[in-house]
Design a protein around this ligand. Sequence first.
Ligand SMILES: Cc1ncc(COP(=O)(O)O)c(C=O)c1O
Length: 284
Amino acid sequence: MSRIAYVNGRYLPLAEAKVHIEDRGYQFSDGVYEVIAVQSGRLVDLDPHLDRLWRSLAEIELAPPMSRRALVSVMREMVRRNGLAEGILYLQVTRGAARREHGFPNPAPRPALTMTVRRSRPPSAAQFADGVTVITIPDIRWKRRDIKSISLLPNILGKEQAHRAGAFEAWMVDPDGTVTEGTSTNAWIVTMEGALVTRPLGPEILPGVTRAGILALARKSGLRVEERSFTVAEAKRAREAFITSTTSWALPVVSIDGEPVGNGHPGSVCASLREAYRRNHVEI
Ligand SMILES: Cc1ncc(COP(=O)(O)O)c(C=O)c1O
């Protein structure tokens, strides 16, 4: 079955789905996006994703392209038309098409809303069982990483650097030596004393939806949780490390810059949080 995309009010075969050459997303990265997992044909953690989208839109002073209710019905229609059981839905909103001037166009064009879906599976059992590796790189991004902007050049370059180094992910590091996050994931460690540590929310990181879900589950299970920054050196000395995201859930990190984390094997805290997350958030 050919994939169907949504472009500004129309459902079209992917090959025919086009946006204007002067779309500000295309010319300036003037837009925001969301990626939502689909499991058993259902949108996982829909509300927190929409909350974050509305926040990103407000932060760049862009009006929502339609009501939240209407957006949800388009999203569900995309899942239905594509017969998507397991995969992801990508949606993007830009400031629309206008003559290329940096300032906001006046009058404001209609925001452009596009959506695609794609079949995909969560990480394989082997990846959960064996863990993945990360490298560390300087965080060269702008200072509003809390906005889910479509401007992802530093993230793309960082991920490519990781792949060329044979790693799954790159952890980005601020000039003070603290880990901000992965190029498409949030970063976590479990200290030798058993505390679960992840960076607090703020302009330095994206407020991950999976991060929020995992944090809530950790607190409920009575784990000691510390929302604070940690350095690369502390991560290398940790008992466990892992990453979270919509597409990777909670995936153990077994080495950082070629040095093993803990005993070099995935840890039990990551595994039990992932299992709790799967039970509570993902229907399979
Ligand atoms: C930079 C960055 N951090 C963290 C995440 C994880 O966020 P979420 O759990 O909402 O997928 C993502 C997801 O794409 C990301 O791009």
